[in-house]
Design a protein around this ligand. Structure first.
Ligand SMILES: O=C(O)c1cccc(C(=O)CC[C@H]2O[C@@H](n3cnc4c(=O)[nH]cnc43)[C@H](O)[C@@H]2O)c1
Length: 238
């Protein structure tokens, strides 16, 4: 049986002071119908807020001896065209911090090139493919940025540095860092609300993206329940 923490992002209602809320039972316990227990946490905007909120929720669960098995970062995001059209869904096969590093006269260097830290977390491939198939989502790298891309030049630079990139958002890497601290696998799911490129507020379709995300979660939950063995075999020290 899997229990999960879903950490959506964006300008939504604040989370309560007591931590995540559950609609199917206390965290860590199976729901009556055998479905996984999913706690929903509104984790704020940006990698730091997302990491802090997720870390706190995981710490509370661990202290209550009811740890999670999986963490999912979900929300809206920008889609790189043509791979991720507005309204489509993306499941990340890599969660990458795109601006964690140093600018040099010769270009950007990720912190890993400077000899420390990490810039990518890899979600369990079996879960990624199963969820993407269930929801009709594309699979590819999702970038975490602290500044929303607003020009064609920046979009092109990100495409060049991250071949196959499908989406960018602002929280996934923060959520993944918190999950990794607790030895937990992470997933990132993004519904595309706007194209990545020159800033164009008229092109935003936040309502359509949120509807797509809601529909996807209805399809994900039974799949995650069936994939409990994948989570159970996850090597927490990888
Ligand atoms: O002012 C703008 O031009 C602008 C364009 C897109 C998004 C924003 C936000 O402030 C939204 C932040 C919120 O939504 C996620 N998100 C949605 N689209 C993107 C994007 O293209 N690049 C990065 N993040 C995006 C993000 O995860 C935040 O939760 C402003």
């Amino acid at each position: 049986m899997a229990s999960g923490l879903s950490a959506p992002s964006g300008p939504a209602a604040p989370s309560g002071p007591a931590g995540p809320s559950s609609d199917s039972g206390p965290s860590g316990l199976p729901g009556g119908d055998g479905a996984p227990v999913v706690d929903l946490l509104v984790a704020g905007v940006g990698p730091a807020a997302a990491a802090a909120a997720t870390g706190r929720a995981l710490a509370l669960a661990a202290a209550a001896d009811a740890p999670y098995d999986l963490v999912v970062s979900a929300g809206i995001g920008g889609g790189f065209q043509p791979g991720a059209p507005v309204g489509s869904l993306v499941v990340a096969d890599a969660v990458t911090a795109a601006d964690l590093g140093a600018e040099t006269p010769d270009g950007f260097l990720p912190v890993t090139d400077l000899g420390f830290g990490r810039v990518t977390h890899l979600p369990p491939p079996a879960l990624v493919s199963a969820l993407a198939a269930a929801a009709g989502a594309a699979v590819g790298p999702v970038l975490t940025v602290s500044t929303v891309t607003g020009s064609a030049a920046r979009a092109d630079a990100l495409r060049a540095r991250h071949p196959g990139v499908l989406a960018e958002a602002m929280e996934g890497f923060g959520v993944a860092e918190a999950a990794a601290l607790y030895g937990l696998p992470v997933l990132e799911v993004r519904a595309v609300s706007n194209p990545v490129g020159p800033r164009d507020r008229d092109a935003w379709r936040i309502g359509a993206a949120l509807a797509a995300l809601t529909g996807a979660f209805g399809k994900f939950t039974p799949v995650i329940g069936k994939l409990a063995p994948v989570l159970e075999s996850w090597n927490r020290h990888d």
